[in-house]
Design a binder for this molecule. Structure first.
Ligand SMILES: [Zn+2]
Length: 262
């Protein structure tokens, strides 16, 4: 079975700061990538134990989120600086997994929540429903005819995925408690939870149907900065108000291609 893994960085156990951990100039960026890579390797071990025969991980974090030197030997890497939309997606995959993802902008009790950029966007909507990277991954996989069966991240990220696909397996490695503290599993424990979850998820590959998205599609972006609205209008997006633009397309691939500029 051939597994497509979209990787992010914000959903790794122990990480809780944009400035200090997940940006290229963060003092703990290298540590963050090492932690991510060990978690991803645990996912690979679990997926292989569950019957995966080929696993390709796409490094989808803005500045790169993996430590190439220490990748699991059986994992193939979709390299950060050689990725173009739609990221190798076609109908040859059997299932998808979302690794180290984060909840969308505005989600309560979510660690490192954002929609694509915590500085650029105030929100993104697909067909008037809020959209983040999680929904995008699940819906793009669905467009190409395969299900996403597993997600790792904080509790809010897993909840966001399971709101779309309730049967999906999730590995919760950290959570923001309403009492005002973010609590994480240890790296060792997070890897155990991820390995076990990935193996269980492989048993769901033929049980979960691909998520279909209504067509045609409309994508709406709310910018944090009015100048960005003007630039989007120059690229052909339609202005809704001073900080909001929309575009239309026949399906999700067409509107996301406009969004990613692919
Ligand atoms: Zn990221």
């Amino acid at each position: 079975m051939k597994i497509w893994v979209m990787c992010d960085l914000e959903g790794v156990a122990g990480l809780s700061s944009f400035e200090r951990e997940v940006q290229s100039d963060s003092p703990y960026y290298e540590l963050a990538k090492r932690l991510a890579t060990q978690e991803l390797n645990a996912l690979v071990e679990g997926a292989l134990a569950g019957g995966a025969t080929e696993i390709v991980a796409i490094d989808g974090h803005g500045c790169g989120g993996l430590d190439m030197e220490n990748l699991h030997p059986e994992l193939k890497l979709g390299m950060r600086w050689a990725i173009e939309f739609p990221w190798g997606l076609d109908d040859s995959w059997d299932a998808g997994m979302l690794f180290a993802h984060h909840a969308m902008e505005g989600t309560p009790n979510a660690i490192l929540r954002h929609s694509w950029s915590h500085t650029a966007y105030g929100g993104v909507w697909l067909n008037d429903e809020p959209l983040g990277e999680i929904g995008t991954g699940i819906r793009l996989a669905g467009h190409f005819g395969f299900p996403v069966v597993f997600i790792t991240g904080d509790r809010a990220a897993v909840r966001e995925a399971q709101a779309l696909v309730p049967e999906m397996e999730g590995a919760v490695v950290k959570e923001k408690l309403p009492t005002g503290i973010g609590v994480s599993l240890s790296p060792t424990k997070s890897r155990e939870v991820i390995r076990a979850g990935a193996e269980r998820a492989m048993g769901l590959v033929s049980a979960i149907p691909p998520l279909e998205t209504n067509t045609p599609c409309e994508l709406k972006l709310k910018y944090s900065d009015a100048a960005a609205t003007a630039r989007a209008v120059e690229y052909g997006w339609q202005r809704v108000d001073e900080d909001t633009v929309v575009c239309q397309g026949a399906d999700i691939v067409e509107v996301m291609r406009k969004f990613y500029g692919g």
